[in-house]
Design a binder for this molecule. Structure first.
Ligand code: MRU
Length: 376
């Protein structure tokens, strides 16, 4: 996507041909700064501190992290170490494991001297595939917005989204926001309600920044506002992204998504999920019971970071000393609350059958891995 007329992806190989460039998302929306990653440890830190975040971008970054690790040590032990270090950075987004498995498969059976080049080639493919997948999600999802627009001629379609599942969360285009960008470019009038998304404020800081830069009408709301808007007919559809979807269609996403899905159900508002296939985990069936929910540091909840009147970025404390604080990063929306999954292969029902029919190759592999060893 473009910033000040210049096209950017969220991750790239620098002109030196090996180090990896990223946008430091912890500085947005107030500063646009890029960083250069040169080692496995720097890459792991960038993911765990959320300089890069969003399930697809976490996967692509981890892929390049393997490249950087292999430059230093292309042995089997080096590969295993990189896999373990990167896998431990964020537990919920399954794209991380997917990308690491892809990287291991692409280098494991090669001699050491070929591994670095093979790794960079596969990481570039993973990044390009992500862009193509998201463009396809955009085209399929835009049809939903077009259909909603046809029901209210001359008026904008109001889409509510939670967290940031735009281009910053991916390599380009985004998942939940790809249909919005595509519909906007098709000339469909729309307006986006942006949940601020405490505690890290990915909606207020990142989604709003993307939409401002693209010129798309939007309004930032407190996280608790969506239900009220839905009761008053001010939301035509909800579109969110996801960090992991089970084989049965349960959707894990940023904390607070479940409450939006409940409100949408109660108000007959369709609830859609932008879902790239690497985000499907065919090895798990029950999202609430089986998906590990990341718990992050208390300081994310007890503080707020923003721009002061004289242009400094500062962090202030908003919770009294002595209060306990909990910071659950994600929740699970059961499949029964999901109207449809918007994938690169079209709209799917959030069911085991729907997912398995659309992605038979992944479903078969997932079932094999999920089978208990005793049953083999
Ligand atoms: O913790 P983050 O910022 O990495 O989480 C990202 C999300 O949960 C987003 O909501 C998104 O929908 C999933 S990534 C496309």
């Amino acid at each position: 996507m473009k910033i000040n007329g210049k096209h950017h992806r969220t991750i790239w190989v620098e002109a030196d041909g090996w180090s990896v460039g990223i946008i430091d998302q912890t500085r947005l929306p107030h500063r646009f700064e890029t960083l250069r990653l040169t080692s496995l440890d720097e890459t792991a830190r960038a993911i765990s501190t959320m300089q890069v975040r969003g399930a697809p971008l976490i996967g692509a970054t981890a892929a390049y992290g393997v490249c950087l690790a292999l430059r230093a040590d292309a042995s089997d032990e080096g590969l295993e170490h990189a896999y373990a270090v990167l896998l431990a950075t964020r537990p919920t987004a399954i794209n991380l494991k997917w990308a690491l498995d892809e990287m291991v498969a692409s280098v494991r059976n090669r001699p050491r001297e070929e591994r670095v080049a093979a790794a960079y080639a596969r990481a570039a493919e993973i990044a390009d595939e992500d862009v193509a997948i998201n463009q396809a999600i955009g085209l399929h999802g835009a049809k939903l917005i077009e259909a909603a627009a046809a029901k209210k001629p001359g008026k904008p379609v109001n889409v509510l989204t939670h967290c940031n599942a735009g281009w910053l969360a991916t390599v380009d285009w985004g998942t939940a926001l790809a249909p919005i960008y595509t519909a906007y470019e098709q000339g469909i009038p729309l307006h986006v309600w942006v949940d601020e998304t405490r505690p890290r404020n990915q909606g207020a800081s990142l989604t709003a920044w993307e939409l401002v830069n693209h010129g798309i009408p939007h309004t930032v709301i407190a996280d608790n506002t969506g239900g009220h808007l839905m009761q008053h007919g001010m939301v035509d559809m909800v579109i969110v992204g996801t960090d992991r979807v089970t084989a049965t269609g349960d959707v894990c996403n940023k904390i607070g998504t479940y409450l939006k899905a409940l409100a949408a159900k109660d108000n007959d508002v369709p609830f859609y999920v932008g879902l790239p296939s690497p985000t499907i985990d065919f090895t798990v069936a029950d999202g609430v019971a089986e998906i590990p929910i990341e718990q992050r540091g208390a300081e994310e909840q007890s503080t707020m970071t923003g721009l002061t009147a004289d242009g400094r970025i500062e962090t202030v404390t908003i919770v009294p000393k002595g209060s306990a604080v909990a910071n659950y990063g994600f929740d699970v929306t059961p499949a029964r609350l999901v109207t449809a999954l918007v994938t690169e292969r079209g709209l799917l029902p959030a069911t085991r059958e729907g997912l398995a029919q659309a992605f038979p190759e992944r479903a078969a592999e997932g079932a094999r891995l999920a089978r208990p060893i005793a049953a083999e």
